[in-house]
Design a protein around this ligand. Structure first.
Ligand code: ATP
Ligand code: MG
Ligand code: FE
Length: 377
């Protein structure tokens, strides 16, 4: 089926079009530039930016894919989780399109869509049409799309500005299990807050990633949240937070560390702090994710979310998965960050599984649970 997906949960306005598991286009407009001077995404600005960007992004996507709205078999839209006002814009636009064209509309979970993108198969032409340059390797979308079937025992590690979660995907269309998640800040949020403390600007992830390469990660040891025995328990008797993360204590530890250097009148070793902070984040994310996978018989893991851009996270996840006999799949970066193609990809899976559309009476849900793949009519 030809499916058009719409994404507006945060600061990216995305329209993606797929045919089954083939990516035709992934068109994204971001309002990130407008948030830089505030040091974070301002919901009201993001919502207005979606309003401005939606129609041009839709037109561009249809042109890139060389299809018309008439050709489309189904529409899909992110209905949550995300910023309420931002979600509202995409959902209203999608409903309007559904009413105007009479096409079925699927209300889709953003987090599950981050995983569903892994089902897209290699299509260098589609990549070129979407302006990413020709010659994308055949393993385009993480190499999961073998005949549009996900591997059994698939896990997903989602690490972004809003989420840090380890999932077990029993069925991408109907059965997603949350194994663990952050109990406070998301990993990307921690990067952004620590970058602010270190005076590195926003978004903080890329800046810390770059600076960390010049620092000594062993110069300081920052805490690995929720790693004490009382939280971990044992495999037989798991603690309450065995697979969960916490990053707010780490952020406070970085702030205290900077204060101590300043109080002593010493130069703050910013690169060492960045490297040590990054090591703490990546160490605890990868150790807990791999533990959860081992204890749940997971043999394939998909890495997703904007923090998947992080060089150290990719490296250490790769190493630890390999040691544990787990195969790691990392989609190309423009499919890891928020986009419409992932929404279309999951929408196509729902159509192909014979699951019914959502109608047009649903409301966006800013805290939609990851266990809800799509909304029933
Ligand atoms: P969500 O997808 O959960 O709704 P979001 O839209 O904020 O949230 P993304 O756009 O997927 O998340 O990712 C943005 C986050 O990724 C930011 O917090 C940014 O700092 C972080 N990030 C980007 N590149 C890197 C990097 N190289 N290293 C670490 N973090 C990074
Ligand atoms: Mg974003
Ligand atoms: Fe996202």
């Amino acid at each position: 089926p030809l499916v058009l997906g719409i994404e507006s949960s945060c600061d990216e306005t995305g329209v993606g079009i797929v045919r089954g598991t083939t990516l035709l286009t992934n068109t994204v407009s971001s309002s990130m530039d407008e948030h830089v001077r505030f040091g974070g995404v301002i919901p009201e600005i993001a919502s207005r930016a979606h309003l401005d960007a939606f129609v041009p992004t839709l037109r561009q996507a249809l042109a890139d894919a060389d299809v018309s709205l008439d050709d489309v078999d189904a529409l899909a839209v992110t209905s949550g989780p995300g910023l309420a006002g931002a979600l509202m814009v995409g959902v209203c636009a999608a409903k309007a399109l559904a009413v105007a064209t009479g096409k079925p509309l699927y209300a889709i979970n953003h987090l599950v869509a981050h995983v569903g993108v892994g089902l897209l198969d290699g299509n260098p032409d589609g990549g070129a049409a979407a302006g990413r340059g020709a010659g994308r390797p055949a393993s385009l979308a993480a190499g999961l799309g073998h005949g549009s079937r996900l591997p059994e025992n698939l896990g997903a590690l989602l690490v972004s500005g809003g989420h840090t979660e380890i999932l077990k995907i029993n069925s991408i269309t109907s059965d997603v299990q949350l194994l663990g998640s952050t109990i406070d800040d998301a990993a990307g949020e921690a990067y952004d807050k620590v970058a602010r403390i270190l005076g590195l600007g926003y978004p903080g992830g890329p800046a810390i990633d770059r600076l960390a390469r010049t620092g000594n990660a062993k110069a300081i040891r920052f805490p690995r949240g929720l790693s004490q025995p009382k939280y971990m328990g044992t495999a037989e008797e798991p603690g309450k937070h065995r697979y969960d993360w916490s990053f707010s204590g780490l952020k406070t530890a970085v702030a205290r560390c900077v204060e101590q250097f300043e109080a002593r009148g010493e130069d703050v070793p910013v690169a060492d702090i960045a490297a040590a902070f990054q090591e703490a984040v990546v160490d605890v994310i990868t150790s807990k994710a791999v533990l959860a996978c081992r204890e749940h018989g997971i043999k394939d893991v998909l890495l997703g979310g904007g923090v998947a851009a992080n060089s150290r996270l990719r490296e250490l996840t790769g190493q630890r998965c390999a040691s544990a006999g787990i195969k790691l799949h990392v989609p190309p970066l423009d499919l890891c960050t928020d986009n419409g193609a992932m929404v279309a990809a999951l929408g196509a899976q729902l159509v192909m599984a014979g699951i019914g559309p959502s109608g047009i009476r649903f409301a966006p849900d800013s805290s939609m649970p990851v266990t809800a793949v799509s909304l029933p009519a």
